[in-house]
Design a protein around this ligand. Structure first.
Ligand code: ATP
Ligand code: MG
Length: 395
């Protein structure tokens, strides 16, 4: 007896009418995308208000389950065994064989939950429940029935064939990517921004990303690390278009013209400005950063206000109230941590002053930026125009 299919459950709260179709279609698309990475062939179908991923060939069960566990919008995954309808006597044997194989320890409480889509079936659902319950008790004396809070609910769906399932594996929740617009993630090589991208994608938002590098001050390896992080996030978020911006000339110009203790904040403001320019071109409606209040000098409330000052789009900062350890926990769970901690230089850290301002005065910062008037517009334009695009993740 092998699993041939998965029943995919999703939370339907707030998903009604037209939204429901959008939600389901986006979910089907994301499930197909996730299963592409798995050995084996699958069809993903909507059927009477449910979604099934049916295997059309042999497949790797663990890999398929892992892929499905990464699809936002999935609340639970139920591996299914499908049997032919060869009469009720045969069904009894099939159900007993199913439980025998799925559960090592036969010492749980259970309840049979039969549903008939095929109303021609010679027994009513109640009769199926009662008769199968009896057979199961006979076969496994360690089991007992609990109709109110069973540990195992044995689902028997009678259709043209019969679906058996009892395992309910939790999915990640959230909303399917593609149901909530598009946003631009400022993705560095650090721990926080990949987590921030993951969290916003989990709300159904399609993610693009922008990375600022400063060759030759930052290496090719540092850039590859960011490409790898985008690829890791794409396992959840779907393919990510990563825009790689050459930031060197802008940084050098700021370094030449502005007070050194203001470098970080002015640089961050130019990142946000350029991020927004690319975001607008790509039809993104918001920016995403991995900022968290107080984590570093450039993330005091005053610094955040100074950075935010140049943005006209909403900036989503999903880890704003998290401690570092809380962000690390998510990074470890989603598999980005090990890559994030590889020690490569970041463009922010190269030009940092010994004593950066921690409470920047926005008027003073604007005044300092006035010194860039001569060349900055041209430099920003060049940076946007020469950005390289890498699509990360299977498309
Ligand atoms: P992270 O762990 O995400 O690098 P951080 O704690 O190092 O964050 P900062 O370096 O102050 O924080 O950066 C704050 C945010 O600015 C980052 O989370 C990221 O969204 C963005 N950012 C910083 N450096 C870059 C970069 N080189 N390219 C793109 N975005 C960046
Ligand atoms: Mg960083």
């Amino acid at each position: 007896m092998r699993y041939q299919s998965f029943l995919i459950k999703y939370a339907e709260i707030g998903v009604k009418g037209k939204n429901r179709y959008m939600f389901e279609d986006a979910l089907v698309k994301q499930i197909r995308f996730a299963l592409k990475a798995v050995d084996g062939e699958f069809e993903v179908v909507k059927e009477s208000g449910r979604i099934y991923a049916n295997a059309l060939s042999d497949f790797d069960f663990e890999d398929a389950l892992e892929a499905l566990e990464r699809v936002f919008g999935v609340s639970a995954i139920c591996p299914l065994v499908q049997v032919d309808d060869l009469g009720f006597e045969e069904l009894k044997k099939q159900v007993v064989a199913y439980l025998d194989q799925v559960y090592q320890e036969k010492d749980f409480t259970f309840k049979v939950d039969a549903r008939r889509a095929n109303k021609q079936y010679p027994k009513t659902s109640e009769e199926v429940n009662r008769d199968l319950g009896e057979v199961i008790l006979e076969a496994f004396p360690g089991l007992s029935v609990d109709v109110h809070h069973p540990q195992v609910m044995v689902h028997v769906e009678i259709r043209s064939r019969i679906n058996l399932y009892s395992q309910v594996i939790p999915g990640p929740g959230g909303m399917p990517v593609g149901t909530n617009g598009r946003a631009m993630l400022l993705l560095s090589g650090g721990i926080d921004s990949p987590v921030a991208g993951y969290m916003i994608a989990k709300r159904g938002v399609v993610i693009e990303a922008v990375y600022f590098h400063a060759p030759p001050y930052t290496s090719e390896r540092a850039k590859e690390k960011v490409v790898e992080l985008a690829r890791l996030v794409s396992a959840y978020a779907g393919p990510i278009r990563l825009h790689i911006v050459n930031f060197t000339d802008i940084q050098l110009y700021i370094y030449d013209q502005c007070p050194h203790e203001e470098l970080t904040i002015i640089m961050r403001r130019y990142m946000m400005r350029i991020g927004e320019l690319i975001a607008r071109k790509e039809k993104c409606l918001g920016l995403i950063t991995g900022e968290s209040i107080g984590q570093v000098a450039s993330q005091t409330v005053q610094s955040l206000a100074a950075t935010n000052d140049v943005c006209t789009m909403p900036v989503f900062r999903p880890v704003i109230g998290f401690d570092k350890q809380e962000i690390v926990d998510i990074a470890e769970r989603i598999g980005t941590f090990e890559t994030s901690i590889q020690p490569f230089e970041d463009c922010c850290t190269i030009f940092v002053a010994k004593h950066p301002v921690t409470r920047p005065d926005i008027r003073k910062i604007r005044h300092s930026e006035g010194k860039l008037a001569e060349r900055i517009d041209g430099l920003v334009e060049t940076a946007v125009e020469t950005a390289e695009v890498v699509v990360c993740g299977r498309s």
